[in-house]
Design a protein around this ligand. Structure first.
Ligand SMILES: Cc1cc2nc3c(=O)[nH]c(=O)nc-3n(C[C@H](O)[C@H](O)[C@H](O)COP(=O)(O)OP(=O)(O)OC[C@H]3O[C@@H](n4cnc5c(N)ncnc54)[C@H](O)[C@@H]3O)c2cc1C
Length: 311
C-alpha cells in the first residue's frame, strides 16, 4: 500500500518541480543521481570504470507532452553520445532511454523518430542503447520501438518486467525473432493484479523463469544478451548458477545495478570477478525516479534526509 501511494506521489508534477528546484531537494537526490549534465554523467562513468564497473547513462525525465521537450531530450542524448566517446573511447558506457521522454505520450511516431536518431548516432559511435520499460499501457509500443531499433543496430536491448503476466510470451516472441537482448527487471510501477504479480515470492519465481527462458538453447543460439538487473542476491545466485550450467558466454550476460543502491553488494560482485554495470541517471528531472527508489525501500527516505541535515 505504501509502495502504491509513493508511486502515485511520483506522478505529482507540481510537488516534483518544486522539489527539483530546491537546493535541499537536489541534495536529497544526490545519492541516486550522477549530476545535472552529461559532463557529470561521463565523469561518473569514468569513476565507475576505475572501480571495475561499466555504466549505463540515462537522461532523467518522462511523460513528455511538449514536442520541443522531446526534441531537447534527443539533442541531449546526441551530446551524451559524443561526450562518452570524446575523452576515452575505451569507456564502457551504454545509454538508456525512456520512450516517454522521447515523446511517446505525443505519438508513437514522435518517439520512433527521436529514438531512430539516437540509435543511428549510437551505432556510429559503437555504443549500445537500452530501452527502459515503463508502465503497462506502453509495453506494446515500447516493444514495437525496440523491434524497429533492433533492425537498425544489434547494439540494442529492451527492459522487460518479471512482474508482468505477459512477459513470458514477450520473451518467447523476442527469442523467436532472434533479438532477445533483454535487461530483466522485477518492475517498478504500480500495476493492477490482473496484469502483474503482486507478491514478492511469485515475482522472484517469475524472474527465475524468465532467466530460464532467456538462457534456453534457442535464445542462446541467437544474437542474445541478458542484463540481470536486480539487487536481489538470491536472483544473483540463480543467474550465476544457471548461466554457468548452460555455458552462456561471459560477454552475453552481466549484472546491472542502480547508482547509489547497495554499494557493498556491488563491491562484493566486482571482487568476485562478476561483470557489473551501474545504471546512472543524470539531469534536472529526478523527482519521479527518486520517489520510485524510495518506494522500493522506504528507509531510503530517512537516509536521504540524514544526508541533507547532517545527522
Ligand atoms: C539497472 C536497472 C535498471 C532498471 N530498469 C527498469 C526499467 O526499465 N523498468 C522498470 O520498471 N524497472 C526498472 N528497474 C527497477 C526494478 O524494476 C526494481 O524496481 C528494482 O530493481 C528493485 O527490485 P530489486 O529486485 O532490485 O530489489 P528488491 O527485491 O526490491 O530488494 C532486494 C534487495 O535490494 C535492496 N534494494 C532494492 N531497491 C533498493 C533501493 N532503491 N535502495 C536501496 N536498497 C534497495 C532491498 O532492500 C533488498 O535488500 C531497474 C533496476 C535496475 C537495477
Amino acid at each position: 500500500m505504501l509502495r502504491a501511494a509513493l508511486i502515485r506521489l511520483s506522478q505529482e508534477d507540481r510537488i516534483g518541480r518544486a522539489l527539483e528546484r530546491s537546493a535541499a531537494g537536489r541534495a536529497l537526490a544526490a545519492r541516486f543521481v550522477a549530476g545535472p549534465g552529461h559532463a557529470e554523467a561521463v565523469a561518473t562513468a569514468q569513476r565507475l570504470s576505475d572501480i571495475g564497473c561499466s555504466a549505463a547513462l540515462a537522461l532523467l525525465g518522462e511523460e513528455v507532452v511538449e514536442p520541443a521537450a522531446a526534441e531537447a531530450a534527443t539533442e541531449e542524448y546526441l551530446a551524451l553520445i559524443h561526450a562518452i566517446n570524446a575523452p576515452d573511447d575505451q569507456l564502457d558506457a551504454r545509454i538508456a532511454v525512456k520512450p516517454s521522454l522521447l515523446g511517446l505520450p505525443i505519438s508513437f511516431e514522435t518517439a520512433r523518430e527521436h529514438l531512430t536518431a539516437i540509435i543511428e548516432a549510437a551505432a556510429i559511435a559503437e555504443l549500445w542503447v537500452e530501452i527502459d520499460m515503463e508502465g503497462s499501457p506502453v509495453v506494446d509500443d515500447t516493444l514495437a520501438l525496440y523491434r524497429g531499433a533492433a533492425q537498425r543496430s544489434e547494439r540494442t536491448a529492451v527492459a522487460l518486467q518479471a512482474y508482468l503476466r505477459r512477459t513470458p510470451e514477450d520473451i518467447a516472441g523476442l527469442v523467436e525473432e532472434e533479438i532477445a537482448r533483454v535487461r530483466l527487471v522485477k518492475g517498478a510501477y504500480s500495476e493492477p493484479r490482473d496484469l502483474a504479480l503482486q507478491d514478492a515470492q511469485r515475482i522472484r519465481r517469475a524472474y527465475r523463469g524468465a532467466l530460464e527462458q532467456l538462457s534456453s538453447t534457442p535464445a542462446l543460439a541467437s544474437n542474445s544478451w541478458v542484463g540481470v538487473a536486480t539487487h536481489d542476491p538470491r536472483l544473483h545466485r540463480a543467474a550465476r548458477r544457471l548461466f554457468r550450467e548452460r555455458e552462456v558466454p561471459p560477454a552475453a550476460w552481466e549484472f546491472q545495478m542502480l547508482y547509489g543502491v547497495r554499494p557493498q553488494l556491488r563491491e562484493e560482485l566486482v571482487e568476485g570477478g562478476e561483470r557489473v554495470r551501474i545504471s546512472a541517471p543524470y539531469g534536472e528531472r529526478w523527482y519521479p525516479y527518486f520517489i520510485r527508489r524510495i518506494a522500493e525501500r522506504p528507509a531510503n527516505a530517512l537516509f536521504a534526509l540524514r544526508s541533507v541535515v547532517g545527522m
